[in-house]
Design a protein around this ligand. Structure first.
Ligand code: DGP
Length: 138
């Protein structure tokens, strides 16, 4: 099977602006940024989505996302950042990537389109109960 695009970037066979690389994590510029300086932080080894991420990679991945987010102030003059990942649905590259997008007050981003709904009476407790069962919450 052909390596996905991010595996190729990580292997160095596809040219991209890499901003961080160590044994476990690689971070590079998204080529279609929400705002300039938008970074994708990936596990160096192929991991498809958050559900497949081994425990030992969780800390390095999130720590790198935090470092990148922290760098956006001094490097880009950002006031903050938006950090997110798509898993399967809306995930266009099947290699886990954390988006770290620089944000500035008044940058015009109205937020992603997240229509909000409301629970009917009693429904909220039912959803919570179903999740507690799946999570083995004591
Ligand atoms: P998502 O929709 O969450 O799977 O985001 C995938 C992102 O990957 C999207 O914002 C564009 C970016 N992307 C896709 N192909 C390439 C590429 O070849 N190089 C770079 N640098 N970014 C890419």
């Amino acid at each position: 099977m052909a390596a996905d695009i991010f595996c190729q970037i990580i292997a160095g066979t596809l040219d991209t602006e890499v901003v961080w690389r160590d044994e476990t994590v690689v971070a590079f510029l998204d080529h279609r940024p929400v705002f300039k300086g938008h970074v994708l932080v990936c596990p160096a080894r192929h991991v498809e989505s958050l559900l497949d991420l081994p425990g030992e990679l969780m800390q390095p991945l999130l720590a790198t996302a935090q470092r990148v987010a922290r760098a956006m102030g001094p490097a880009l003059g950002a006031d903050g950042s938006f950090v997110a990942m798509n898993n399967v649905v809306s995930q266009s590259v099947p290699h886990l990537h954390v988006h770290v997008v620089p944000r500035s007050k008044g940058d015009g981003l109205r937020g992603f389109f997240w229509p909000r709904t409301r629970y009917a009476a009693g429904e909220e407790a039912d959803y919570a109960a179903r999740l507690r069962v799946a999570l083995d919450t004591p």
